[in-house]
Design a protein around this ligand. Structure first.
Ligand code: SAH
Ligand code: SF4
Length: 362
């Protein structure tokens, strides 16, 4: 992506240190200077957020001119930008192949959370999720994942600004991050790099529908917080809501979670639980849930269902959600009810979808 088709310039935005080094090595830079130059370029891209190579003033004029022949600092095109009445912002971003994804910023009292996409669409077809109805599916490159953060920082004007507006990142946008593991890992390493975007791993949460074989690796290689789209307490119901459950059922999923590296009371797993009227919201469900997760340091995030055009479910009543939350809470788990944000611009959980046509299915 970000490759300008006319002159084959490659954007430096979103490249890893290794990729920047591979680019710089082509220029006439003495070996002992290469790492320093990589660090300088890195800082200009991810710390200062410059948008032209001319602004990289610690590089010699000659090197800047050479760099400009092959590279630029292009971002994806912002096809649309909307702001909700509650302050939530949503960007529709278009990549060079024409496919589009959505990125959402949710400001709160003391934090600002950026919700980042990992795929165009999603192959998994969870029946309550709008993204799952999108026909086009492809993985995003790590460059495309990082460019979402860069565009958001541009738009929020937060480069070099304190306090930060983006304090947390959640991989909870379009797509299943663990079906695009390598790119997500590389992108999150860039997000965590102390000389760049510098977000701590405790401020990054990756949400998965339950791709069991990648869970332990996520803890070992990324080390971020983990959220699980759990949503049901029997395999029968979960098979319907989250079809990946047919491959890795509740028992297999919970076994993997019990071994998540770094799991502790200060690093709990978040169980996301969408509240669907008369489907998964009974008191017996709540009781089964706490039994199932016994022994796992966890909090339960109750998400009132966010409807989308043609969606087959209804949101549970407030009374039902409160009753469910009480049972979970009495069992010793925090059970915050996630208040829907950005509903008026279809930016709430599970409402994201872009109009890209089907190119290929991974
Ligand atoms: N694919 C990953 C990342 C997406 S996270 C995953 O499923 O975990 C998006 C979260 O919103 C998930 O927990 C998802 O289950 C939830 N969600 C999807 N559709 C929703 C809807 N219509 N209302 C409320 N939450 C929804
Ligand atoms: Fe994909 Fe997650 Fe939506 Fe399921 S909930 S379809 S895994 S984005």
């Amino acid at each position: 992506m970000n490759e300008n088709n006319d002159n084959k310039e490659v954007s430096l935005v979103g490249l890893t240190r290794e990729e920047i080094k591979d680019s710089l090595i082509k220029f006439d830079i003495p070996d002992q200077q290469i790492n320093m130059r990589v660090n300088q370029v890195w800082g200009w891209i991810y710390n200062k957020g410059v948008s032209s190579i001319d602004e990289m003033t610690t590089l010699s004029l000659g090197l800047r001119e050479e760099l400009k022949k092959h590279h630029n600092l292009n971002r994806p095109v912002i096809s649309d930008e909307q702001t909700s009445e509650d302050g939530t912002k949503k960007w529709l971003l278009k990549f060079n192949d024409g496919s589009e994804i959505e990125t959402v910023f949710i400001p709160d009292d003391e934090r600002g959370t950026l919700c980042v996409s990992s795929q165009v669409g999603c192959t998994l077809n969870c029946t309550f999720c709008h993204t799952g109805t999108q026909r086009l599916v492809r993985n995003l490159s790590s460059q495309e994942i990082i460019s979402q953060v860069v565009v958001a920082k541009d738009s929020l004007e937060e480069w070099c600004e304190e306090p930060r507006k983006i304090t947390n990142i959640v991989m909870m946008g379009m797509g299943e991050p663990l079906y695009n593991y390598d790119s997500v890992r590389d992108a999150l390493h860039i997000v965590m790099d102390n000389e760049g975007l510098a977000l701590s791993k405790k401020r990054i949460t990756l949400s998965t529908s339950g791709v069991v074989p990648e869970i332990v690796r996520t803890g070992n290689e990324i080390g971020c917080l983990l959220a699980i789209s759990f949503h049901a307490t029997t395999d029968e119901v979960r098979n319907n809501l989250v079809p990946i459950n047919k491959k890795w059922n509740i028992e297999k999923l919970l076994n993997a979670l019990r071994t998540y590296p770094g799991l502790s009371n200060s690093q709990r797993i978040t169980f996301e639980y969408v509240m669907l009227k008369d489907i998964n919201d009974s008191d017996s469900d709540a009781k089964r849930l706490v039994k199932l997760i016994a022994g796992i340091p966890a909090k339960i995030n109750l998400i009132p269902f966010n409807p989308w055009p043609g969606s087959p479910y209804n949101r549970s009543t407030k009374k039902r959600i409160d009753s469910f939350a009480k049972i979970v809470n009495r069992a010793g788990y925090a059970s915050p009810v996630r208040s829907p944000r950005g509903e008026d611009i279809m930016a709430a959980c599970g409402q994201l979808k872009s109009e890209s046509l089907k190119l290929k299915k991974n």
